[in-house]
Design a protein around this ligand. Structure first.
Ligand code: PAF
Length: 274
């Protein structure tokens, strides 16, 4: 596996390939990321992972400074998963001058759910993803469905800008109690970790109730929020939405239930399609 840190070295390493399949990450990798790499492998002629903690998508109170940087361990795992090339630029390399051109995603997609709680997050994600897709010359890019709204916003961006890349969603990997794998799970202490499967359990409860014929989504969401509070969580939202654009569902839409909640100081997100 080749590891490069600069744009010229990346261009050089990609010279002989026509169809890079790219998995963008911020590092601190877990089995969920590795599953995305394995999914990407048959989709291109070279499998590329990017590792870059993108300052633009962190708010002033977020964990940019403390976000774990674990490059050596990440590269060992990527190599074992069959990755061919890692692009891990420094900030100076990737943002050599202030990134004053930004991608502004439409409010209809980003003023709800995560966007409502993390102002500027999706503009930061879209800006870095556009740059990463461009410099890796990605023809396929794989993103985890755990960040459901992120995946949807990126799909819309790629479509509107006619970028020559297929966006592929990867299923969420879960621990045995249902907790979605996430780099931020490492922030949970032992007692928080013991409770953390509850978020997924609440989503399953809602999916089950809707499948059984319940249609009062607002009541189901409120019950789940209350159940989480009772169990020591501070939920930001639990929301049943339609899959295509995360707007309020009409009858017969394919649905997804999404949630974000804090356990102590760790904010977790999850979702379930149904
Ligand atoms: O999902 C992530 O890890 C990040 O948001 C991404 C897509 C790598 C952009 O920094």
């Amino acid at each position: 596996m080749h590891i490069v840190h600069t744009l010229p070295a990346l261009a050089e390493a990609l010279t002989h390939y026509r169809h890079p399949a790219v998995v963008p990450t911020m590092g601190n990798l877990h089995d969920g990321h590795l599953a995305l790499v394995r999914q990407a492998k048959p989709l291109g002629d070279v499998t590329v992972a990017t590792i870059f903690v993108n300052r633009l998508q962190f708010g002033p109170q977020d964990d940019f400074d403390t976000y774990p940087r674990t490059l050596a361990a990440d590269c060992a795992q990527l190599e074992a998963a069959g990755c061919d090339l890692v692009f891990a630029p420094t900030e100076q390399e990737f943002y050599p001058e202030p990134q004053t051109f930004r991608v502004t995603p439409p409010e209809a997609l980003t003023d709800v759910l995560e966007g409502a709680f993390r102002p500027g997050f999706f503009a930061g994600v879209c800006t870095v993803v556009l740059k990463l897709l461009s410099c890796t010359r990605a023809r396929t890019a794989v993103f985890g469905k755990k960040d459901y709204q992120q995946l949807m916003v990126i799909r819309h961006m790629v479509r509107q800008f006619n970028l020559p890349v297929d966006i592929v969603g990867g299923d969420t990997c879960r621990a045995s109690d249902g907790l979605a794998l996430s780099s931020r799970n490492g922030y949970l202490n032992e007692s928080e970790r013991a409770k953390a499967g509850e978020l997924h359990a609440q989503l399953q409860g809602i999916a089950h109730a809707v499948r059984a014929g319940h249609t009062d989504f607002a009541a189901l969401e409120a019950q789940a929020m209350q159940a989480l509070r009772t169990k020591g969580w501070q939920p930001d939202y639990v929301a049943v939405r339609r899959q295509s654009d995360l707007q309020l569902p009409q009858t017969a839409d394919a649905l997804v239930v999404l949630a974000a909640a804090r356990l102590g100081s760790t904010r977790l997100i999850d979702n379930l399609e149904f």
